[in-house]
Design a protein around this ligand. Structure first.
Ligand code: PLP
Length: 372
């Protein structure tokens, strides 16, 4: 039996156990418990925002953000095609129109130079989605949004602890969202957070998260919401994780640079950029794009790595190629060559917080074997 190296293993050896035990001992296990508010406040403060609204996952955070901004029938939202489906769901459900842009081949983020040409009188918002380790080049997006009076949603699901020109990711635009899935720099098992500086938006999100119960007439509803509440136990984990965020970021940066050292001489691959002029990568995951010259695609390499005991995951599959949207006749005839290529040739190797130096050397060795 080979020891399988999982694609992600979180580190839970700080105050996680202590805070969780407190939930059990005090009986505070629901969303009414005190850790939820504390986590919201501390997380928002860390990201430089006024309000934090904890929810059950990062997808729910985006759903609520889109709804709270009033994105509805016919409203256009400019966003990257290369992302997770979580970003687009609620726009489509509300009858809005996602308008896609391709990716930058080096940073793998949305190519912001393509945004302005996509603006129409129906454009209501731009959704920034930071991908894998480096933030989107945010300033040009904010400048366009200001000029055309557009809302900005920042999906910072993968960017805990990252900064753009020294300012925390998650602090930009009208509303931002995070995920706390176990592969994130801060995990709560499942969980998410909405951040905003706008009092009214925050209130709307709090209401949407809690089925739009009304304070005075609890079971009388003026609007449709969801039960997206985060439990006290999830918040307990989140608080303990947040205490270590700086260490986690440092650790992931070291891991990313170490992988680049180990794999740097390999022919036929594109490794993640370490930095741009506005940020250093936090290597949420360590992605690899195979050159066509290798004669291999990501699916084949991932299969061979799996046989050698190394976990991996494919890159995102572009929104314009999703069967669900084809059936809805969305994005017909649209082509985004950079994203399409990344989806076929890209994958990521084990990138969890608990990965050891020996495991990293082992992973790199297996990658070399498969590609040589
Ligand atoms: C960019 C991005 N947005 C949203 C999400 C959704 O978060 P969750 O899995 O917590 O629903 C993810 C999840 O990994 C993500 O990577």
């Amino acid at each position: 039996m080979i020891d399988f190296i999982a694609v992600n293993e979180p580190l839970l050896d700080g105050n996680e156990k202590k805070y969780l035990l407190e939930c059990i001992e005090t009986g505070w296990i629901s969303s009414e418990g005190p850790f939820v508010k504390e986590f919201e406040q501390k997380f928002a403060a860390r990201m430089g925002r006024k309000h934090g609204i904890a929810v059950c996952n990062g997808t729910a955070a985006i759903d609520a953000a889109v709804d709270a901004l009033g994105i509805g029938q016919g409203d256009e939202v400019i966003m990257p095609t290369f992302t997770i489906i979580s970003c687009i769901n609620q726009i489509v459900r509300n009858g809005g129109k996602p308008v896609l842009v391709d990716s930058d081949p080096l940073t793998w983020n949305m190519d912001v130079s393509q945004i302005e040409a996509k603006i129409t009188p129906r454009t209501k918002a731009i959704m920034i989605v930071h991908i894998f380790g480096l933030p989107v080049d945010i300033d040009p997006v904010l400048e366009i949004a200001k000029r055309y009076e557009l809302k900005v949603i920042e999906d910072a699901a993968e960017m805990h602890g990252q900064t753009y020109k020294g300012k925390p990711c998650g602090s930009f635009g009208d509303i931002s969202t995070f995920s706390f899935y176990p592969n994130k720099h801060v995990t709560t098992g499942e969980g998410g957070m909405i951040l905003t500086d706008d009092d009214e938006l925050a209130e709307t999100c709090r209401s949407l998260r809690n089925l739009c119960f009304q304070p005075q007439k609890r079971f009388v509803h003026e609007r449709l919401g969801w039960n997206m509440r985060m439990t006290n136990m999830q918040a307990a984990l989140g608080l303990a994780q947040l205490e270590r965020l700086d260490d986690f970021v440092q650790r992931k940066r070291q891991m990313g640079l170490r992988f680049t050292e180990l794999l740097g001489k390999l022919q036929g691959v594109q490794l993640p950029l370490a930095a741009t002029d506005y940020a250093k990568s936090i290597y949420w995951v360590y992605g690899i794009i195979l050159n066509e010259s290798t004669g291999l695609n990501a699916e084949q390499v991932m299969k061979r790595l799996g046989e050698k005991g190394v976990g991996s995951r494919p890159f995102f599959y572009p929104m314009h190629q999703q069967p669900v949207f084809r059936k809805m006749r969305l994005f017909e005839g649209e082509k985004y060559p950079v994203a399409e290529r990344m989806a076929v040739q890209g994958f990521y190797i084990p990138s969890g917080m608990a990965l050891t130096e020996v495991q990293m050397e082992n992973v790199a060795e297996r990658v070399r074997e498969v590609l040589n």
